[in-house]
Unconditional design. Structure first.
Length: 220
C-alpha cells in the first residue's frame, strides 16, 4: 500500500555514510527529513545535496535531522560527495543511505515490491520515482510527502516553510493560509469553537464566520 500522511514512517536498519542506522532510533525525539535520489552522480541531485548541506543550520535550529538516500552503494557516495563539494561549495554534512537492496525505496513506496537485482545495472531512469521528500515528526508519523520529477530540482526553502507550519500547528490550534511564512497571521483551526477561541486568542478578524484570522502565536 502507498504511504500516506499520518502513517507511521517505516522503520529500517540500513548502511549509511555514518555507519549502520536504525531509522526510528536515529530520529529519536527530533523531526526528520528523508530525501531520496535515483542514482549517484546525477546532475540535479548534485545541486540538491549541496544546497541541503549549505542550509543544514536552518534545519538544526528547528530540531530537524536530515538524511539522504541513493540506490547506489555507500562506497560510491564518498566520490560523489567530492564532486558535490567541488561544484556546489558544500559536501553533504548529514548521513547518506546506500539502498542497494531497494529496501527503503520499497518500504516508502518509491519502487515496486518486485524490483530486484544489481543496482549498478539500473539507470537513473529506472529509479526515477526515487525522488521524494518525507518529513517525519517526533511521533514517527509522516507529516509531508513531496514527489519530484528528475528534471525539476527540489525547493528545500519550501520544505523549511512547511516545517515551520507543521511545528507551529502541532503546538497551537491554528492553521496557516496560502503562501504563509513564519511571522505572518494565521487562521484559528476549525475544530476550535468561538468560546474556546476567545479563551485562547482573544479577538480576531472574521471576513467570514469560518475564516478567523489572528497573529501568529509563539511556537514555545
Amino acid at each position: 500500500m502507498a504511504l500516506r500522511l499520518g502513517d507511521t514512517a517505516p522503520d529500517f536498519t540500513q548502511d549509511s555514510t555514518e555507519g549502520s542506522i536504525r531509522f526510528h532510533e536515529w530520529i529519536g525525539q527530533n523531526w526528520a527529513v528523508l530525501f531520496s535520489h535515483p542514482k549517484d552522480f546525477t546532475p540535479v541531485c548534485t545541486t540538491e545535496l549541496g544546497y541541503m548541506a549549505k542550509i543544514k543550520p536552518e534545519f538544526d535550529k528547528r530540531g530537524v535531522k536530515i538524511i539522504g538516500l541513493s540506490v547506489d552503494p555507500v562506497d560510491k557516495h564518498a566520490g560523489w560527495a567530492s564532486d558535490i563539494k567541488e561544484t556546489q561549495g558544500f559536501a553533504p554534512n548529514y548521513p547518506m543511505i546506500g539502498d542497494t537492496d531497494f529496501n527503503v525505496s520499497k518500504l516508502y513506496g518509491m519502487l515496486p515490491a518486485a524490483v530486484s537485482g544489481d543496482p549498478a545495472k539500473r539507470t537513473a531512469a529506472d529509479n526515477q520515482t526515487v525522488r521524494n521528500v518525507f518529513v517525519i515528526g517526533p511521533d514517527k508519523k509522516v507529516k509531508l510527502i513531496l514527489v519530484y520529477p528528475m528534471t525539476t530540482g527540489r525547493n528545500f526553502d519550501e520544505v523549511l516553510r512547511v516545517i515551520d507550519s507543521l511545528q507551529l500547528t502541532a503546538k497551537h490550534k491554528v492553521a496557516t493560509p496560502v503562501n504563509w511564512k513564519n511571522g505572518d497571521d494565521v487562521i484559528i483551526a476549525g475544530s476550535v469553537d468561538n468560546e474556546k477561541a476567545k479563551e485562547l486568542f482573544g479577538e480576531w478578524k472574521e471576513p467570514k464566520p469560518y475564516i478567523r484570522i489572528v497573529p501568529q502565536p509563539t511556537k514555545s
